[in-house]
Write a protein of this length. Structure first.
Length: 289
């Protein structure tokens, strides 16, 4: 399926120029609005500063739309079909479970960690229950209780990255280059929180994960014309990955493989990119931006 700007795949040069100028304005404003929250998140930490940081792209998107004369409803507020929402949720869940299953099956990281599982089983009144039941119960509980709370901050990013940036970049460069570029920008936005705290390999793994996620999210954004599927993916990722980390034995092996800067999620990003670049570049002249 090819995402093009019109039936012939071409667009007027002045429209293209305006789109690229508005994209540059959006990126610039996102950086400006993120500056204080990058600093506060890095120096002081805290969920409040992280949430404010995650809403910086949304603020930049709204202002850019106002300046460029783009209607706010083009940011993808419309509801998505349940099949798109279910598909986005299923893709994210399956990808995360698959890469963690491989790591655990190969014995690269101990899962579950008996001590950690005992604490979490006790908190759910499941002391003495089979380990498999306690693991499933904790993951279901963690995802269900945290998903709604995490959707709010995730929505702030999605309004900016997928609501504004993805249609703009894919309209200018096509789906493959546009979605990848959106992922590179999204990954770079995280760098002020990573540089100096993570090794080159860790930053690379994180960048691969974010870029691959961006390609998959861009596909759902353009296919559904809505930001809600990508918001579901974003929130589920932020809920499910920590759940696996919490149940695993901590240490150097876990940091190397299953942290957000680990090899498993880097590989997941590559896998998602390959799959959705294929889906997004199949020729379908009926599908347009």
């Amino acid at each position: 399926m090819a995402f093009t700007t019109n039936a012939q795949g071409a667009q007027p040069s002045d429209e293209l120029m305006n789109r690229r100028e508005s994209t540059l304005l959006f990126v610039f404003l996102t950086a400006i609005f993120s500056l204080p929250w990058w600093y506060m998140s890095r120096v002081h930490g805290g969920a409040v500063y992280v949430t404010l940081l995650m809403w910086s792209p949304a603020l930049a998107a709204v202002i850019t739309c106002k300046v460029s004369g783009k209607p706010l409803d083009e940011l993808g507020w419309r509801g998505a079909e349940w099949r798109m929402l279910a598909g986005a949720w299923s893709v994210m869940f399956a990808a995360i479970v698959l890469v963690h299953f491989i790591v655990f099956a190969l014995g690269l990281v101990q899962f579950p960690d008996p001590a950690g599982l005992a604490v979490r089983a006790r908190s759910m009144a499941l002391e003495g229950a089979p380990a498999s039941l306690a693991v499933i119960a904790y993951i279901v509980s963690a995802v269900s209780t945290r998903l709604i709370g995490l959707a709010g901050p995730a929505l702030g990013e999605e309004i900016g990255w997928r609501g504004f940036l993805v249609p703009s970049l894919c309209g200018s460069f096509g789906f493959a280059r546009g979605s990848l570029l959106s992922g590179v920008i999204w990954a770079g936005w995280h760098f002020p929180l990573l540089i100096g705290r993570a090794s080159f390999v860790q930053v690379l793994n994180f960048s691969l994960m974010v870029t691959g996620l961006a390609v998959a999210m861009a596909w759902f954004r353009l296919r559904s014309k809505s930001i809600w599927p990508s918001t579901v993916m974003h929130a589920l990722h932020n809920a499910l990955v920590p759940a696996f980390i919490a149940l695993s034995a901590r240490g150097e092996a876990a940091d190397r493989w299953i942290d957000e800067t680990g090899f498993a999620l880097g590989a997941m990003g590559v896998m998602l990119a390959v799959v959705f670049l294929f889906l997004g570049t199949r020729r379908d002249p009926q599908r347009t931006l």
